[in-house]
Design a binder for this molecule. Structure first.
Ligand code: JD8
Length: 387
């Protein structure tokens, strides 16, 4: 693969000499060339920018130097990547795509950007990709070109010593189609500053180690990047169905277990769920709309709904503590919202004033705080968009 980088700050790309890309160059796997755009200027000041047509702050990069640069580099058939905050988000999938190219030319802009006619002209004789490193503003395109080059080069066949390890990485699709974040890693010593390595990793039991690592990856992904995976992957063996009278016992026990944390977070609050009797539970599962979640024969979650006027009151949303953080709560909430009768115009629920994690989840689901439900508990509501 040949990579050309055009920039007014060639030293910015010096890191490509080092690290991974450096080795790839030694192996002849990639040929990286960095070019100073100013070599394609002809005035004493080697000018690459001018004032913007239509006015406004800052300067715009002139088209002529770029045009001459691309002419000189011969970009026919190449993939020309303009790194720009208005580009397509860069992802591992884009990296895999670019890694199939023979020739990539990075155009690193500065100032307010490059005259648009440069991109329009290049598009007549090469593939143009406008790619953004992320939703934040940098001062130029060099950092993005560096990062994209590293992410692409390491996917070039023959580059990674053990291609095997590429399969296990974050953002790499696993067999079940899940894109899971990495599990935590450890090395010697087994105890460091009083911190022990998780015993399972010292057990030699590879099945247990693999299961522990998967659990850790699922937990991290659900907590840090729920957007990455389809809920079904996190809950691949969970069945959600309407409650049956036979669920009452388990539900009563689960309710007690799930509200212990709530009591910890709200020590001075009298929490109704912890003061209900078994018969109370049997009464409301007979009266209300109730969904339960079961996994491996165990009741692991539940939620109820009841109509109060035009408000679909959602409550008793519970997830077995050992399965928290996998998106089951959000899935149960969404499923109960879907069961709201036509007459309902809003959803409402309440949680502990001290239950930050719950409130965060409800806010992510579109609920907004609506004052006190009772001492120590906050009410949250969400309008139902017209159906
Ligand atoms: C190229 C000029 C600076 C941007 C006025 C600040 C990528 N993820 C990313 N954030 N920022 C960039 C990026 C910024 C650039 C250029 C890329 C060329 N600037 C401009 C518009 C607002 N200044 C980027 N990839």
């Amino acid at each position: 693969m040949r990579i050309d980088v055009v920039t007014i700050f060639p030293d910015y790309l010096a890191p490509l000499e080092l690290s991974l890309a450096g080795k790839a160059r030694e192996k002849g796997l990639i040929d990286v060339r960095v070019h100073d755009l100013r070599q394609w200027t002809h005035d004493r000041h080697r000018t690459v920018d001018d004032t913007p047509y239509g006015g406004g702050a800052g300067m715009v990069m002139r088209p002529e130097p770029w045009g001459e640069a691309f002419d000189a580099l011969g970009i026919e058939g190449a993939t020309v990547v303009f790194t720009t905050p208005s580009g397509q988000p860069f992802t591992q999938a884009v990296a895999r795509e670019l890694a199939t190219r023979d020739r990539i030319v990075f155009a690193c802009g500065r100032y307010e950007g490059i005259d648009q006619r440069v991109l329009d002209d290049v598009a007549t004789r090469a593939e143009v990709r406008e790619i953004s490193l992320g939703d934040y503003v940098l001062n130029g395109g060099e950092v993005a070109a560096l990062a994209i080059t590293e992410a692409v080069v390491r996917l070039v066949p023959g580059f990674m010593g053990n291609a095997e390890s590429l399969l296990e990485e974050s953002h790499t699709l696993s067999d079940s189609g899940a894109r899971l974040l990495e599990y935590p890693v450890y090395t010697k010593p087994a105890t460091w500053r009083g911190h022990d390595v998780p015993p399972v990793l010292l057990s030699g039991d590879h099945a247990a180690i693999a299961s522990w690592r998967h659990d850790q990856a699922v937990r991290r992904t659900a907590e840090r990047r729920p957007d990455l995976v389809h809920p079904s992957v996190l809950l691949d063996d969970v069945e959600i169905r309407p409650v049956r009278p036979s669920d009452a016992g388990e539900l009563y026990v689960l309710q007690r277990a799930c509200w212990v944390q709530e009591q910890h977070d709200n020590p001075d609050v009298r929490i109704p769920a912890l003061h209900e009797t078994y018969d109370d539970v049997r009464d409301w599962i007979a009266r209300d709309t109730v969904l339960v979640a079961r996994s491996a024969g165990r009741l692991v979650g539940a939620v109820r709904g009841q109509l109060d006027g035009e408000v679909w009151e959602i409550g008793r949303l519970m997830v077995a503590p050992d399965l928290a953080g996998r998106g089951l709560g959000r899935t149960l909430l969404r499923r109960m919202e879907e069961l709201a009768p036509e007459a309902a115009t809003s959803y409402a629920l309440f949680t502990g004033a001290g239950s930050a994690r719950n409130q965060r989840m409800y806010k992510k689901a579109g609920y907004r705080l609506r004052g006190e439900e009772f001492p120590g508990a906050v009410r949250m509501e969400k309008r139902i968009s017209p159906r």
